[in-house]
Design a protein around this ligand. Structure first.
Ligand code: NDP
Ligand code: 8X3
Length: 247
């Protein structure tokens, strides 16, 4: 049995890859940073691990890798992230387009490429990494949250089409997950600002998400988990914002 994980070079993807490997899967680990993937492969004993550098914004590269690796039983569309936290009117267009290319287009192209062989074999699991940001708006979440809303609805619509095919689809929607590069990337390597996001609270860990994946993939084949929303106990929801005018 073979599982492919995008963005396995760090954080949540790395933890999911490790868990699927522990469960006995041959894993195809992908990401842009080859040396990080090689390190992970080494830690896992270089056994049942296929390393492929892959930028998910490169459609041609996705097709090349899919052709090379053949049948996949579990696809984890994890590669993604946020760039910046600026209000929409101050945001960089390039950041918006990169977030769409990574979180939306990459996931869509890879799913499109791997789905037919799953349906043909009447088996397969697709696990997408959404976010609570796809359901709950927050200032500065603009395109990141919209991209994750796409991931949520795409997952549910896939489920609608795949009913009866034997192929399962889950959207995992976490809140704050620490021990990842998520905030470092969002704040462009400003380590202090990235660390401050988790000050005085206990975030989820990549291991928590990997445990959830372990649960999902070991369920009997007639059970589909549609969406899972999870948060740290220390995280909650914001109140409605009201802009008050003095005159
Ligand atoms: P990390 O930044 O630690 O990991 C992101 C991974 O995505 C890296 O392995 C990175 O690898 C890969 N990646 C980024 N861009 C590309 C690209 N263009 N092509 C291929 N791979 C890419 O963050 P997380 O582990 O936290 O994030 C994993 C997923 O979980 C993301 O989709 C994120 O949006 C989501 N998520 C994260 C939360 C959090 O609080 N941390 C909460 C909710 C959801 P490389 O740089 O080597 O390409
Ligand atoms: C990451 C969680 O709340 O920072 O998707 O947007 S949040």
């Amino acid at each position: 049995m073979k599982a492919m994980i995008t963005g396995a070079s760090s954080g949540i993807g790395e933890a999911i890859a490790t868990t699927l490997h522990e469960l006995g899967y041959e894993i195809v680990i992908t990401g842009r940073r080859q040396e990080r993937l090689d390190d992970l492969a080494k830690r896992l004993g270089n056994d049942r691990v296929i390393v492929r550098t892959l930028d998910v914004t490169d459609t041609a590269a996705i097709h090349t890798v899919v052709e090379e690796i053949g049948e996949i039983d579990i696809l984890v569309n994890n590669a993604g992230g946020a760039l910046g936290l600026a209000a929409a009117q101050d945001a960089e267009l390039a950041d918006w387009l990169t977030m769409i290319a990574t979180n939306v287009t990459g996931l869509t192209v890879l799913t499109h490429a791997l789905l037919p062989q799953m349906v043909e074999r009447h088996t397969g699991i697709i696990i997408n990494l959404g976010s609570v940001a796809g359901e709950f708006p927050y200032p500065g979440g603009n395109v990141y949250g919209a991209a994750k809303a796409f991931v949520r609805q795409f997952s549910l619509n896939l489920k609608a089409d795949l009913a009866g095919t034997g192929v399962r689809v889950t959207d995992i929607e976490p809140g704050m997950v620490g021990e990842t590069e998520f905030s470092l990337v969002r704040f462009r390597n400003d380590a202090e600002r990235a660390m401050s996001v988790y000050d005085g609270m206990q975030p989820l860990t990549p291991g928590d998400i990997a445990d959830l994946v372990r649960y999902i993939v070991t369920l009997p084949p007639h059970v589909n988990i549609n969406t899972v929303s999870l948060m740290p106990v220390d995280q909650g929801f914001g109140a409605f914002h009201v802009a008050r005018h003095t005159s």
